[in-house]
Design a binder for this molecule. Sequence first.
Ligand SMILES: Cc1cc2nc3c(=O)[nH]c(=O)nc-3n(C[C@H](O)[C@H](O)[C@H](O)COP(=O)(O)OP(=O)(O)OC[C@H]3O[C@@H](n4cnc5c(N)ncnc54)[C@H](O)[C@@H]3O)c2cc1C
Length: 291
Amino acid sequence: MRLSHFDYYAPATLIEAIDLLQSKGPGVRVMAGGTDLLIKMRHAGLKPKAIISLKSIKGLNTIAFDEKKGLTIGATALLADVARHPDILKHYPTVAQAARGTANAQVRNMGTVIGNLCNASPSADNAPTLLAMGAEVHIQGPTGTRTLPLEQFFRGPGATALEPFEIVTAIHTPLPAPHSGTAYISLSARGKLDCTAVGAGIMLTLKGRVCEDLRLFIGACGPTPVRARRAEAMIRGKELTDDVIDKAGVQASEETRPITDVRASADYRSKMVAVLTRRVLRISHKSALER
Ligand SMILES: Cc1cc2nc3c(=O)[nH]c(=O)nc-3n(C[C@H](O)[C@H](O)[C@H](O)COP(=O)(O)OP(=O)(O)OC[C@H]3O[C@@H](n4cnc5c(N)ncnc54)[C@H](O)[C@@H]3O)c2cc1C
């Protein structure tokens, strides 16, 4: 399908981008890499009257790590850059792994982590890990800047907490606590070129042999990534025995509401939530013991 006519703007500053969003009114879309936006325009009938590209805004592609403050990924930092950044590989290996596991090399060299989040697909591969690690979204709009926990950002398929004319400028992830481990596993029928049918992301912190805290998020099994709070409660304060891990897997499965679609049946997804939960618990536990 041919793209319909649209005006294209490449502002040099965020202020200019926000002014453009306001002055052009409804029907204008922000674009980072365009790997979701342009596909929707070509194949899903999306017809924005204008596109505002963020790629010419200086500094927006910055990836910054600080031993005390943690990690900040700018809005136009590429998936490929996140996947191979030395500080991310060292301190946030699961964030790098999720970026590396998104799509293929061509898409990773165009697309961004923040575009992946703003697209708000329930199956977005970069969401569960960042949610589990307690990331925050930095937002700028006509009235100034604000910060929102990523957990409050997703509102439904394709819907976020962004107000009109707001732009996500960065995502910030705190430094992982000592003795913590993370893991992300996703399943899809056709490997990385297919959307994830089920994903599970976790951060778990140990005190001695006991799980002091954890955050577990399941992707593609609800309108937004689902936090498996009751499964978390079954584990918090306990040693990770096989019995505890098995019961938590079953509980996580009960907390999700998957649908049947072209990627998988609801029944398969439910079963796989239990399997992936068990696996991410074991992997994150092992990595927490090693830290
Ligand atoms: C072949 C192929 C395979 C793919 N495989 C996967 C996969 O395995 N896993 C996966 O999760 N995804 C996959 N995707 C989807 C896509 O590549 C990712 O979601 C990508 O990270 C989107 O980033 P982008 O910069 O291209 O976003 P864009 O397409 O530029 O934007 C996506 C949406 O977010 C909005 N937006 C972007 N940036 C901002 C911002 N800073 N502030 C406010 N709104 C913003 C845009 O308006 C748009 O609505 C695949 C796509 C293709 C084409």
